[in-house]
Design a protein around this ligand. Structure first.
Ligand code: 1CP
Length: 354
């Protein structure tokens, strides 16, 4: 393992000043070169064509020299690989035929996952080779970039599978949880197994870090959070580390609020992602100092740029100096973010003085 990479060092428990940096949705619509490729192929084709996925993954690395490259894919590739049809519709987001009963669940074909995710694994293999070669990638120095593989956490992926897409209130998810809890649990159990397998395959193909995105973790009451977020996350972490001892894993329980305490304590993750609503000053003293933090800068500060962004970024870094820290946003880069602001942010974080 290349312990010279800063992100891997942080995941190993080290404190680095200034902290390494990457951004959620760093490969996305705010980049002109991404928008250009977007004209050529639809979203699924971009995810499933290794040449395109590799190119899109590397675009932000070339420009900004980030410390991590995150595989260009989506959390909904897993349900797609299980046979649930998936479309991304402009202005609407992902659309899937919703699973609302046993029949819907029975139609899934998890036995076909292996074959369907092959192009994604090919992308990971190519990316691992490129980032570990002797050649620099644009602004990034040779062998400085860590490759992040990822999946959605079972609860968040289940939300999309049951709703059939994004939702304002997740009423169908809660209806199933209360009216047919056995069915919802079956979906979660299936996702625990398939997600752990999928992540192990990404690691085998060359992912150096794993991140679990739990974008909707925060909508659950504490008891349901335990059942559908904590226990499944624990189990996925256990399964990964059973095969890959001590493997570095980041978890992102978005909007978890104070439930972040049990998440940090019980999931055995190396680094916890913080959305912008978490108050570092409040949570810092109650979470073990060996656990690293990532994130927290409001994506709207980046959208607006300037002093306000710079001050808030510096304040996060100062508050987290005493623990392992990876600089990031509290959620993804907003599509209308000016590219110049991203340069400013990276420059600012990299030049932080004592
Ligand atoms: O062409 C486009 O504009 C598509 C926009 C887009 C992109 C760039 C989508 C559609 N997915 C992605 C890539 C993506 N998605 C990555 C790749 C790497 C990177 O970060 O640069 C990752 C890690 C994801 C993860 C993802 N997809 C999450 C978890 C993180 C989050 O944003 O909360 C979720 C919830 C999705 C579902 C999804 N994918 C895309 C949309 C529009 C949505 C729905 C979002 C919603 O419900 O609000």
């Amino acid at each position: 393992m290349q312990v010279s990479k800063k992100i891997l060092q942080v995941l190993n428990g080290q404190k680095i000043w200034p902290p390494p940096i990457w951004l959620m949705r760093q490969a996305g619509r705010f980049l002109p070169e991404f928008r250009e490729l977007r004209q050529q192929a639809d979203f699924l084709t971009r995810c499933l064509t290794p040449d395109l996925a590799v190119e899109i993954t590397l675009q932000p690395i070339r420009r900004f020299g980030f410390d991590a490259a995150i595989l260009f894919s989506d959390i909904l590739i897993l349900p797609w690989a299980m046979g649930q049809n998936l479309e991304f519709i402009e202005g609407k987001g992902p659309v899937l035929p919703p699973i609302r009963n046993e029949e819907g669940l029975k139609q899934l074909t998890p036995e076909n996952i292996q074959q369907k995710i092959e192009p994604v694994l090919t992308s990971v293999r190519i990316l691992n080779k490129l980032i570990n070669s002797e050649q620099s990638i644009g602004l990034a120095k040779a062998k400085s970039v860590s490759l992040i593989g990822f999946a959605g956490s079972p609860f968040t992926v289940a939300c999309y599978m049951v709703e059939g897409g994004s939702s304002r209130d997740f009423s169908n998810v809660f209806k199933m949880i209360y009216q047919n809890p056995a069915l919802f649990q079956k979906i979660i159990d299936l996702l625990v197994t398939t997600t752990a397998d999928y992540l192990c395959q990404q690691i085998e193909a060359g992912a150096e870090v794993i991140m679990l995105f739990d974008s909707w973790a925060g909508i659950l009451s504490p008891n349901l959070f335990r059942q559908f977020v904590l226990l499944p996350t624990q189990e996925i972490v256990r399964r990964i580390r059973e095969q890959f001892h001590d493997f570095p894993i980041i978890g992102f329980p978005r909007l978890a609020g104070t439930k972040i305490f049990s998440y940090a304590k019980e999931t055995n993750l190396n680094v916890i992602g913080l959305d912008q609503t978490e108050d570092i000053s409040v949570i810092d003293s109650s979470i073990d100092n060996n656990i690293g933090f990532q994130g927290n800068l409001d994506p709207f500060y980046l959208l607006n740029g300037g002093n306000y962004m710079a001050q808030n970024a510096a304040s996060i870094c100062q508050k987290l100096r005493h623990r392992p820290h990876i600089f990031n946003l509290g959620h993804g880069v907003l599509p209308t973010t000016p590219v110049e602001h991203v340069y400013e942010l990276v420059e600012h974080v990299r030049n932080l003085k004592d």
